[in-house]
Design a protein. Structure first.
Length: 304
């Protein structure tokens, strides 16, 4: 990519509409701020309305005149996802599937799905499918945020809810591996449909975000000791997804992450998933299961 890429390289986004999930903190807040500064209208999808309004006010203090629209969305609840999509009007240029929870004690969503799989994957799968007909404009994109944790993940098709073998880290890995499979399969289906839209995937390396709030007590205590020594800032961690969302040279199907050692820190670069993420049979099986569990059918053909 040549010299180090930064928010200064984001092209003018005037007239473009971004939807960012989890926009009130961490990567989502930094992403919203960066594109608002370049003129985009940003729909800030948040679970907690008060936190969203506070985040929007903070952005407005730094970016006077920022065009921000705070809306409530609980990705763990498919009824909330449908209500949000039903109320969304107008064109959408870029969808950033950013929100997530990490390694909490086992709990179930209102529809009975394991909370990490529900929030990190199923909610975004449903949201993307329900908003697909709004995705348009010049260079429409879907950016899905995965994680280094995808590398130890697999899809537990025989125990998706973790009823028999739940551990917080294992099922976080499942959800992030699902993000990778989904993002790549969505790109294949865009191409099969002859769509002009792009699906890209990004990961933040090791970044200081609010994810530790959802973890178990032990992971949270250990994390508070380790995070300051090993991570980069949320602003730096947001750069890969900002590159994927705005860089004109970015291509569909690319995975963008930090270029430093172990992809833990650094400038945005094209990186590689673990080999299992490119398994099209697993991706199609996950896609079919996700359509069944969410009730959202995509108007896109499977790739040949």
């Amino acid at each position: 990519m040549g010299r180090t890429w930064s928010t200064a390289d984001i092209p003018d986004q005037t007239g473009r509409v971004f939807l960012v999930t989890g926009a009130n903190s961490g990567l989502g807040l930094e992403t919203s701020k960066a594109v608002a500064r370049r003129g985009a209208k940003v729909v800030m999808a948040v679970r907690n309305a008060a936190a969203g309004k506070a985040a929007a006010a903070a952005i407005a203090d730094e970016v006077p005149g920022a065009d921000l629209d705070v809306r409530t969305l609980d990705l763990a609840d498919l009824d909330s996802v449908r209500a949000f999509a039903d109320a969304f009007e107008g064109r959408l240029d870029v969808l950033v599937n950013n929100a997530g929870i990490m390694a909490p004690p086992r709990s179930l969503s209102p529809q009975g799905h394991e909370s990490q799989f529900a929030t990190n994957h199923l909610g975004h799968f449903a949201l993307t499918g329900l908003l697909l007909d709004r995705l348009g404009g010049d260079d429409p994109r879907v950016v899905t945020v995965s994680s280094l944790a995808h590398g130890h993940g697999r899809i537990h098709f025989d125990d998706l809810s973790g009823e028999r073998g739940y551990t917080p880290v294992r099922y976080y890995g499942q959800s992030k591996f699902a993000n990778a499979l989904f993002g790549l399969e969505l790109e294949r289906r865009f191409r099969a449909a002859g769509s002009g839209a792009k699906s890209l995937i990004a990961h933040p390396g090791l970044s200081a975000t609010g994810l530790l709030r959802s973890t178990s007590t032990l992971i949270r205590v250990v994390g508070r000791m380790v995070v300051p020594l090993t991570t980069q800032s949320a602003a730096a961690g947001a750069l890969p997804q900002l590159y994927a969302a705005t860089e004109p040279k970015a291509e569909g199907g690319q995975y963008i992450g930090p270029d430093g050692r172990g992809e833990r820190k650094g400038a945005p670069a094209v990186v590689k998933f673990v080999p299992q993420a490119y398994d099209t049979d697993t991706a199609r099986r996950l896609w079919d299961v996700s359509e069944q569990l969410t009730g959202v059918k995509y108007p896109l053909p499977a790739a040949a």
